[in-house]
Design a protein around this ligand. Sequence first.
Ligand SMILES: NC(=O)c1ccc[n+]([C@@H]2O[C@H](COP(=O)([O-])OP(=O)(O)OC[C@H]3O[C@@H](n4cnc5c(N)ncnc54)[C@H](O)[C@@H]3O)[C@@H](O)[C@H]2O)c1
Ligand SMILES: N[C@@H](CCO)C(=O)O
Ligand code: NA
Length: 434
Amino acid sequence: MGSAEPLKVAVLGCGSVGSQVVRLLDEQADDLAARIGAPVELVGVGVRRLDAPREVDVPEGLLTTDAASLVTRADLVVEVIGGIEPARGLILSALESGASVVTANKALLAEDGPTLFEAAAKAGRDLYYEAAVAGAIPILRPLRESLAGDRVTRVLGIVNGTTNFILDKMDSSGAGFAEALEEAQELGYAEADPTADVEGFDAAAKAAILASLAFHTRVTAADVHREGISEVTAADVASAADMGCVVKLLAICELRVQPDGEEAVAVRVHPAMIPRSHPLASVREAYNAVFVESDAAGQLMFYGPGAGGSPTASAVLGDLVTVARNRLSQTRGAGESAYTDRAVLPMGETVTRYHVAIDVDDKAGVLAAVALAFAEHGVSIQTVRQEGRGDDAQLVVVSHDATDAQLSATVTHLQQMDIVREVTSVMRVEGGAE
Ligand SMILES: NC(=O)c1ccc[n+]([C@@H]2O[C@H](COP(=O)([O-])OP(=O)(O)OC[C@H]3O[C@@H](n4cnc5c(N)ncnc54)[C@H](O)[C@@H]3O)[C@@H](O)[C@H]2O)c1
Ligand SMILES: N[C@@H](CCO)C(=O)O
Ligand code: NA
């Protein structure tokens, strides 16, 4: 074992994640060599600037700004630069020159995963990316390997720590969105430009990756219906609490049997109310969790730190060991499984329940007129209650299952009614029995 050739590893990017990968490669060198069956040799660390401050001491002579040539000298390339280019070009050139690749790059995988998977298959090399979804939490390998003999029907995930922190803060303190965001920024959870997190882009990329693996099909970020949390108000959170619910930003991937018997997938990211009794409701602060439903296993929950340099590096190193072992035994891992080629349903056909708050005139017949508007669009009402009197009168309606198209038509109708002053909030209700 000790006589095996060293495995040459290149790390591209030395930021939050890359610096922790470099640190662990050094600190765990002996254990990694024993687990892999060969020593790991760090042959270079690709950086943008040689003189930038770093969280890790990179051994003399290993830093380089020439990532393009570095990838041709490695057996295994770890890509932790992020973004589309130059990451995509570097991964493709690494595969072409015979290296296997481990990446944490959810944005790239969700935008152009198929190009990368095809390049890996053509080169006969591995492409692993456990860190790309929910950081340290093992979720992609369980979907790809442990659940490969089961039929996954639904994945519900809290896959963005920043937004979970903000919504948790709003729930526990009554704060509004802006105030909770400010606190998240002060504590370093949210970035100065929080758009990717709060508008759901990060979660949508992860949803695309989860749906692809769960349902053996190809889903890209463009297929994912996306709504962020910037419109969620303190009143929405309080209203959820009144119903025994909590508001979470959910990534929802569903397998749906169509009337013609064909199976299609629906993938969406949006804030939703879930009952406090649901396992995902107990996910606090910046933690992540993924709730999986499958035919044979039933319900599974994966929970843990979804971000941060060191937790994310844990997932990267796990992939590195697997890919290294595959390489030594001259095999490849499972690779992409997209044999089903399922259609992705438009959002209008998505079915769920809704919580609708409507400011109304406080007079006889209003409740009946509002109920009729729901009925006209085929939306059945589960509960309705009035809050406030006079100028503050509000009706809060919770529907049974309806399509998004039916609900949208109902809301448009309500907005045109004289007795309706404003539809103040429309939020989906997930994770509960009908
Ligand atoms: N930070 C997390 O918690 C986390 C969690 C999961 C996944 N990820 C993913 O990991 C990847 C890295 O994230 P991060 O948080 O470490 O980002 P980061 O911004 O801290 O680090 C990226 C580094 O890449 C460097 N870089 C940019 N262009 C380069 C180039 N051409 N060559 C070499 N280096 C270059 C930057 O200077 C920076 O130091 C991203 O894909 C991200 O989505 C991060
Ligand atoms: N910004 C992400 C972490 C990286 O995926 C989050 O808040 O969860
Ligand atoms: Na993960």
